[in-house]
Ligand binder design. Structure first.
Ligand SMILES: [Zn+2]
Length: 151
């Protein structure tokens, strides 16, 4: 899933880099600056063959609960909007809250569903295979060791 973005400022040339990543930032922690090509370590990325998967990535219940909570909040906002109590500025804010809660609620529900249906496990297999193929390169492993990884 390419729904997240990672941003960083290059320590060498101070360029702000931005790139798409998967939800859990599975990938190589050794990143390359797009501007000056210098390499550096970003611990936010998880090299899954070493770091393992993010435990939240398997927790369908967590996301299902989140979805339920957010959607009920959206519902409450929606109901409040129908009452004469809410007017003017408040109604704008409440509409915004309602929309945001629905949106995040749907995303959470979608993630929970993906985990339940086994799509997330399929993705994880792919990330693990990618990670292992990176680690098959001795030069790459050497770099990771230099950055303090125990490979
Ligand atoms: Zn740079």
């Amino acid at each position: 899933m390419q729904i997240s973005y990672a941003e960083w400022v290059c320590p060498e040339c101070k360029t702000k880099n931005r790139e798409a990543c998967n939800t859990w930032m599975y990938g190589s922690p050794i990143r390359e600056c797009k501007a000056c090509r210098s390499e550096y370590l970003d611990k936010r990325w998880r090299e899954v063959a070493i770091d393992g998967f993010d435990p939240r990535g398997k927790n369908a219940k967590f996301f299902a609960k989140g979805a339920l909570l957010l959607l009920s909040m959206a519902l409450i906002c929606g109901v409040l909007l129908q009452t004469p109590v809410v007017q003017g500025m408040n109604s704008t804010k409440l509409t915004l809250a309602c929309v945001l809660c629905s949106l995040f609620g749907l995303v959470s529900g979608f993630i929970a569903l993906r985990i339940k249906l086994g799509f997330a496990a399929k993705d994880n297999e792919k990330y693990m295979a990618e990670s292992k193929s990176r680690l098959a390169d001795p030069q790459y492993v050497e770099k990771l060791r230099k950055y303090g990884y125990k490979v």
